[in-house]
Design a protein around this ligand. Sequence first.
Ligand code: GTP
Ligand code: MG
Length: 604
Amino acid sequence: MTTHGDPATQSGAPAVAARTGPPDDAEDPPATTGDDTLPAALEGLRAAIGATSFPLSLPSAEPARRTAAGLTDQLDDYLLPRLTRLDAPLLVVVGGSTGAGKSTLVNSLVQARVSAAGVLRPTTRSPVLVCSPADSSWFRQGELLPGLTRTNEPSEDPGTLQLVTAPALPPGLAFLDAPDIDSVVDANRALAGQLLAAADLWLFVTTAARYADAVPWELLRSARSRGAVIAMVLDRVPAEASDEIAAHLSEMLAEQGLGQAPLFVLPETWVDGQGLLPGRVTAPLADWFARLAADADARAAVVRQTLDGALAAVHPAIEGLADAADEQVETADALDERVQAAYRGAHRTVEQGLTDGRLLRGEVLARWQEFVGTGEFFRTLEARIGRLRDRLIAAVTGRPAPAAELRTAIESQLVTLLRGVAAEAAENAYTGWKAHPAGAALLEPGLAHPGDDLPERAERLVREWQRGVLDLVRAEGGDKRFVARTAAYAVNATGLAVMIAVFASTAFIPTGLEVATGAGTTVAAQAVLQAIFGDQAVRTLANKARVDLLDRVRTLLDEEAARYLARTEAARPGPETADALRRAATRVEIARHRSGLTTGEGDR
Ligand SMILES: Nc1nc2c(ncn2[C@@H]2O[C@H](COP(=O)(O)OP(=O)(O)OP(=O)(O)O)[C@@H](O)[C@H]2O)c(=O)[nH]1
Ligand SMILES: [Mg+2]
């Protein structure tokens, strides 16, 4: 009645043991001392993974986060404890779809109802580990799967591991009945994956009805790629379809590179009053495990193969993590560049505004002409300009001295320009990020506009610059020809002239001057500007004042850009992260080869 696949895999010692040769430790002694040991290398790897994060929302980020979490779990749950106790009992994790009969099979193999089997799906929600009483202290002490709280009672909490002993089970072998792998319950699915990663041997249970489902095959492929030792159970197979289904499943296994995995085909049958399968149905599987339990070398070979396979899979997995970390850094750089380009553009606009005369229009121009028109300006200047004075004063009707008004006009004109470019830059940076998924995820609406305190800061900037110009005139103008040495007003007037010169800093007079005003004042203003620009000393001062203004504008815009850059900075992995991962993985690889674990099976 009992049928199963390739009988060759089930004769003598378990087939998996036959495939793994003894470790070649004649040349390479197992590493046990110093920093080259596998445990030390794995601790280093764990730290390197812990130092890595993938905060930017990229397609590679979520898989990388999962891989990192999975690797960390596997290091803690299995690799590190297993390496320190290579002789610990072999753990068979029973996995598969819900209702496949996993719990029923485990109960039947240990001949006791240790794990509830039932009609409600899913039944098993928290793992149940059954071992020989002799092995219970190892599993209870919690080296393996340290994150799961040990309990003696059945539990629904996926954070617990129920421990049961079964006298029928020989020492050296334990079964872990896992929740279903394709559960609708998220926690079940995650836990099943974690448990399988802690298995020395995967016992994969599927049914005649479900063996073609996709999820199990995905898991099997990943197990295979990790070099885990796998055995398959095809459960509840109707007698008439047995050959056909077994052949088809064998074919599928071969296609997936799992042709070597022992396959046990269990016929559909009735469970007894205890919910156990008849002994004759489970006999081939029970025998296979009995031989494994009795053969310490075979068990050690299984452990080595799975362990080495898992270690061999570390390097490619870490390579993927390192690439994802690099991508994070590159993306952060690219996002930064979008912001910097927007604010560079803003700075350029201000620079242009200082050369194309646009600041010399409207109010500033009107105030300048008033200012010049009073004649007070000229009293402060040297004779060369002074010669113009009489002529100009005649041309310009006397008006109150509007130095303060000119200064205010300059301030408001500059502030308007700064607010404009800051608004434009914020919008451009916002659009630039919005167009990138990782950028969009970092945005918040306020970033589309300049910072709340920008108007205030712009005003302060201009006032400080104006004060700076006056300081400059005072410091440098003391022994210059054009400043009357004593008059405070001269400093003020020259300062304003310097500011105007900054606004038209090429030695040309903006055309706006002509259109904006009546002929008389235009002549005056123009003449004065020519006189001013003709003066080397004023030009020098104007250049310094211009550089100073642009420096301050740069600082202001940098502060604006910082609102964006702080976000990428917070998200950016350190530049060393990816290299640290790669170095740690290389160290593991070297330690693995030196450890004597390597059988060749893991080097796929
Ligand atoms: N007739 C028959 N019923 C079976 C067989 N194996 C399991 N069952 C029944 O199928 C139902 C599900 O079996 P379980 O052992 O609970 O299945 P499971 O894989 O542990 O399910 P989850 O814990 O939900 O993942 C139970 O009612 C079992 O009694 C079998 O070979 N024949
Ligand atoms: Mg179950």
